[in-house]
Design a protein. Sequence first.
Length: 131
Amino acid sequence: MPTRKLKPGRAKKSAAGAARGRSRAAPRAKVPAADAVLAEHPLWNGKDHSLTWRGRVVKHFKAAAPSQEAVLAAFQAAGWLPCIPVEAVAPYGLHGKNRLRNTLTNLTHGCGRYLRFWLEGNGTRMRWAPR
């Protein structure tokens, strides 16, 4: 059987694949866009007092909220790990399990339908997750 000359950029088709319109070329791997990778973590801007999620400001503090800002700063310093120890907010002066629980509840209410914050592990760890 004589060999056909292929046009540049064309993959050779097998007999079975030609009948179904498929080629033998390997499928291309999908690479996520850089914006999609960066948007998977919130961004806390302490200077502007705003929390951004997927390009949208979901929380902006007009008045001082040192406890909530301390939690956001601790998550930002940890690189937005899903779970961080409560001791991460100790340098910011936030102590007490009940106060921390109330802070996380208020932060969750303020972030609306985008993000959620809570205590876990008998009050020894803080978590966040998208809604």
